[in-house]
Design a protein around this ligand. Sequence first.
Ligand code: LMR
Length: 337
Amino acid sequence: MKIKNALLCFIATCAVTTVPLQVRAQSPIVIKFSHVVASDTPKGEAAQRFKELAEKATQGRVKIELYPNSSLYKDKEELEALQLGAVQMLAPSLAKFGPLGIKEFEVFDVPYIFPSKEVLYSVTQGPIGRDLLKKLEPKGIIGLAFWDNGFKDMSANKPIHLPSDMKGLKVRIQSSKVLDTQMRTLGAIPQVLAFSEAYPALHSGFVDGTENPPSNLYTQKMHEVQKHLTLTGHGYLGYAVIVNKKFWDGLPGDVRGQLTQAMAEATIYANTIAQQENDKALAAIKKSGKTKIYVLNEQEKNIWRKALLPVQKEVEPRIGKDLFASINKEAAKFGNQ
Ligand code: LMR
């Protein structure tokens, strides 16, 4: 009787375990890649390119599911979801790594920290960038790449020519201590909101203004509710593409290699299209006739730079002097101080 029961139990177990195993062998590995911007932005298009490259390279063993426009998670939730394994891949803006407690990422938010795109790329695509990504590992996250967007401009419903024009404006910012300091330094009132909440807040008048590269401004239709845009280019917006470490480490080695290669190619693509996409978006904003675009002259640019200098001094002790020194060293290689 005992043997019969054991046999029945064995057969039952086989019935339960063999079927799913067979199914599992055939079904692709699914990577849910969630992000908060529109598909026709630098990040949205690079994610699409990564999907195509990855699925081709793995010959269907991997399926990338893209969830753009906060359709799955908003800013803060997406990082939690990644750590819990509810999604496998994200590309949050570098301003949003604060909740992970890695203060060094805040350096990207410091106004005018990168004198040019060359300096930026030598930081993100070189040893400084690699060291920064490594810091994510103890948090259960692997950093795969840095993707570019562009430099942020200020918008509002009144003309902004000088820093003093920001005084008293309530401005939507990403959740970053540096951006909070930046806005306060200008005499503005920072208001942290998720990206998906920016348009409704501008539309209802809950906030007066915001800062974003043209690609984000245009694809979220923020230009329809912002009468003025000033090309301040005062701060950087870029992304780190990240994956859940447990998931990544658990992938078959050959698949991980193919995905790494697909990511390298998608990164080149991302960093090639970023400027073009922002130029296109700016032209479209201009064409819409809804937003007046103001270009700063050299003298005004210098006034903005000077007004925002105290931000670096204030945040440097928290972020770390050494990181600033390393970035300055990179800048010097390109002839910048
Ligand atoms: C924002 O919240 O303004 C940006 O980080 C959105 C994005 O991902 O580009």
